[in-house]
Design a protein around this ligand. Structure first.
Ligand SMILES: *[C@@H]1O[C@H](CO)[C@@H](O)[C@H](O)[C@H]1NC(C)=O
Length: 260
């Protein structure tokens, strides 16, 4: 997972409050149920809301909301067809967390399966793991009945070929030959390791964050939170980063805290 700019502090505080373990206190003035989403992905919010209205749990609602964004490819940063990696493949990351039990299910670098948040739910429910990655995550998804599909689209292929045409700039390599600031790979480690003095800097993304992050409180105050992403290619090209709602600067969070 690459470091990412944080969510605005106010939102972070708000979400942290919402994810305290156990049901949140329900006051008579409490506006529950509640669906919170990081962006105006209206259909995702509505999908979550409808799930609650049909008697679904807050976890069902978060899963449904994020899945809606995966289908709509919200913002190009969620779902298939975005953020191709170096080889041109789109890979997905997702995480779901239940506030009451603090159970977490997550996938990273998931390949060829569109419904990443659905697979994260299966990790939560059917394994003692919290995170499955790469081909192991895909194999797990297949055994849970998910179908293999190509995650590339015309757009993601164009993004990749544009990047190749710009000599693979920008990229995440350093201390390699050929010089990664000028040329494409394949790269090899420099035989004489020479710190090139370059310090990794976030190039900054206009909004400070991306992808969908969602928090739901059902009417009893049970919380659930989730995120689903294909990473964001403009600022973090070809990094294949993990669920990245935010990266709290300190202290290092337990897994799941990143879903705040
Ligand atoms: C939201 O859903 C409506 C109705 O299904 C659809 O027409 C619209 O395109 C969706 N919005 C986005 C941004 O995909």
């Amino acid at each position: 997972m690459a470091p990412k700019p944080s969510l605005p502090a106010v939102l972070v505080l708000q979400l942290q409050l919402l994810l305290l373990p156990g049901p949140a206190p329900v006051r008579s003035s409490s506006p529950l149920p509640l669906v919170l989403n990081t962006w105006p992905f209206r259909n995702a919010t509505e999908a979550a809301w409808k799930t609650l209205a049909l008697g679904g749990s807050s976890l069902d609602a978060v899963e449904g909301g994020c899945a809606s964004c995966e289908v709509e490819q919200c913002d190009g940063t969620v779902g298939f067809g975005g953020s191709p990696d170096e080889s041109g493949e789109t890979t997905l990351d997702a995480m779901l967390m239940e506030g009451t039990t603090m159970n977490v299910g997550a996938v990273g670098d998931l390949r060829r399966i569109k419904n990443a948040i659905g697979v994260a739910r299966k990790v939560l429910e059917h394994t003692t793991h919290t995170l499955l990655v790469g081909e192991s995550a895909t194999k797990f998804a297949q055994s849970m009945g998910f179908v293999d599909e190509d995650l590339s689209t015309k757009d993601s292929r164009a993004l990749h070929s544009d990047w190749l045409a710009q000599n693979c700039q920008p990229n995440y390599w350093r201390n390699v030959i050929p010089d990664s600031s000028k040329y494409c790979g394949p790269y090899k480690p420099r035989s004489v390791f020479k710190q090139d003095g370059s310090i990794h800097k976030e190039t900054g993304y206009g909004y400070g964050h991306d992808t969908i992050g969602m928090v739901v409180l059902d009417k009893m105050g049970h919380t659930a939170a989730g995120t689903s992403t294909n990473a964001e290619s403009e600022t973090h090209p070809y990094l294949g980063q993990g669920p990245t709602l935010m990266t709290p600067r300190e202290p290092p969070p337990p897994l799941g805290t990143v879903t705040y």
